[in-house]
Ligand binder design. Structure first.
Ligand code: ADP
Ligand code: MG
Length: 339
C-alpha cells in the first residue's frame, strides 16, 4: 500500500485561504484599511479604479516595514500582532491571523512600497500569484502603500462572478464607512476613478457621522452615554420621528471594530418600543468598549461576528440606556390625560 496524503504547495493553500478572506474587492479594502490602522497611521488614502476590479490601493503614514518584514508579510500565518495563543484573549489590533496579505497576493498583482522612519530608503516588492517577481530599494515616504491590481486575474470563474461596478462600489463604500466611523480621529480620503468621494479630516464621533451621512444628520442625533464595570457605551440613535421605512444606518462598534449582532440590534429596536410607526427603523451609531478578555473575535474569518461573555447584561444595559436617553430628549409620546 502506498501513502497518498500530501501537503498542498503554499501557493495552492494560499488560493484556498483566499476564498475565505477575499470574497470581493470590498474584502481587500477592509483588510488593507485595517492593516493601516494597526500600523498606527493617522492619515489613510484609498484609491479605487473600476470598483476595485482594476485597482485597490491603500497609502498610509504608519510605521512601515523593515526589508525582511516586507517579504515576510506575504507568508501565510505571518503576523506581528500575536505571538502565542493567550494573545487571542487580549487582542488590541484588528488583524491577528496573518492571512490577509498572503491570500491577496495569491489572487492578484500586488505592489508594496514601505519605509520605516529610521530608514534612508524604502523597500519595493512586486508579487504575482504568491511569487515575488521583483524587489528593490526606493525613495518613498515613511509608511506603506499597497496596490492590489487585477483581483482574481488567475481565477477567471471568481472574476466573472463579481457583480456590476455599481454593486461592488456600494460594498466598498459600506466597508469604508464602517472603518471611518470606527476611527474618527484618523483622516481618510477615498478616490474612485480619480474622483474624490470622501475627504474626511480628523474629528470626533458626531462630526464624523455628519461628514459621512450629510449635514441633515446632525439634528437627528440623540446622544447615548453609559459607563459600567462591563461596558462603556457612547454614540447616538436617531430621534424616532426620523426613523426610516427602509432599514436605517445601523452600526455597532465594539472596541473600535464594526460588528453585526442581531441580539444587540434587538435591544436597540426594543428601546424604541411604542415610539416607531410599524415597519420603520431607527438609525444608530453605537460604540461599546468592553474588556478585551470578555469577547471572542475568533469565531468568524471576516471578524464581523463576535461573542460576548456578558451578552445578557449588555442587552439590558443598552436597552435601558437608550430608553432613558430617548425619554430625556422629550421624544417619548406625551400622554394626553384630557381624553
Ligand atoms: P495580520 O494583520 O493578521 O497580522 P496581514 O496578512 O494582514 O495579517 O499582515 C501581515 C503583517 O504585515 C502584519 O502583521 C504587519 O506586521 C505587516 N503589515 C501589513 N500591512 C501593513 C501596513 N500597512 N503597515 C505596516 N505593516 C503592515
Ligand atoms: Mg491584517
Amino acid at each position: 500500500m502506498s501513502d497518498i496524503i500530501q501537503l498542498l504547495p503554499d501557493h495552492v493553500a494560499n488560493q484556498i485561504a483566499a476564498g475565505e478572506v477575499v470574497q470581493r474587492p470590498a474584502s481587500v479594502v477592509k483588510e488593507l484599511l485595517e492593516n493601516a490602522i494597526d500600523a498606527g497611521a493617522t492619515d489613510i488614502k484609498l484609491l479605487i479604479k473600476e470598483a476595485g476590479k482594476i485597482l485597490i490601493q491603500v497609502i498610509d503614514n504608519g510605521k512601515g516595514m523593515s526589508v525582511t518584514d516586507a517579504r515576510m508579510c506575504f507568508e501565510r500565518h505571518a503576523t506581528s500582532k500575536i505571538r502565542k495563543a493567550e494573545d487571542l484573549f487580549s487582542l488590541h489590533t484588528k488583524g491577528f491571523r496573518g492571512e490577509a496579505l498572503a491570500s491577496i497576493a495569491a489572487i492578484a498583482h500586488v505592489e508594496l512600497k514601505t519605509k520605516q522612519e529610521d530608514q534612508e530608503l524604502g523597500t519595493s516588492i512586486k508579487i504575482e500569484g504568491s511569487k515575488i517577481v521583483s524587489q528593490g530599494f526606493i525613495n518613498t515616504a515613511t509608511g506603506t502603500s499597497i496596490a492590489v491590481k487585477n483581483l482574481f486575474y488567475n481565477i477567471p470563474a471568481r472574476r466573472k462572478f463579481l457583480k456590476s461596478d455599481t454593486i461592488e462600489t456600494r460594498h466598498i463604500i459600506d466597508e469604508f464607512q464602517r472603518v471611518v466611523l470606527a476611527h474618527p480621529g484618523i483622516s481618510f480620503l477615498l478616490h474612485h476613478n480619480d474622483i474624490e468621494v470622501y475627504n474626511l479630516k480628523s474629528s470626533n464621533f458626531r462630526k464624523r457621522i455628519v461628514a459621512v451621512f450629510g449635514s441633515k444628520m446632525n439634528e437627528k442625533l440623540v446622544p447615548i452615554e453609559e459607563q459600567t464595570d462591563i461596558v462603556a457605551i457612547t454614540g447616538f440613535v436617531t430621534k424616532p420621528s426620523f426613523s426610516k421605512k427602509k432599514r436605517g444606518e445601523q452600526f455597532f462598534f465594539v472596541n473600535d471594530r464594526f460588528i453585526k449582532n442581531s441580539y444587540l440590534n434587538h435591544a436597540v429596536v426594543s428601546a424604541f418600543e411604542g415610539l416607531l410607526e410599524t415597519g420603520s427603523h431607527p438609525s444608530y451609531f453605537l460604540y461599546l468598549q468592553v474588556p478585551a478578555n470578555t469577547i471572542d473575535i475568533n469565531i468568524h474569518p471576516t471578524k464581523t461576528e463576535i461573542e460576548f461573555d456578558n451578552a445578557n447584561a449588555l442587552y439590558a444595559m443598552l436597552r435601558a440606556t437608550i430608553k432613558h436617553s430617548l425619554g430625556q430628549y422629550n421624544v417619548a409620546p406625551i400622554l394626553d390625560f384630557n381624553r
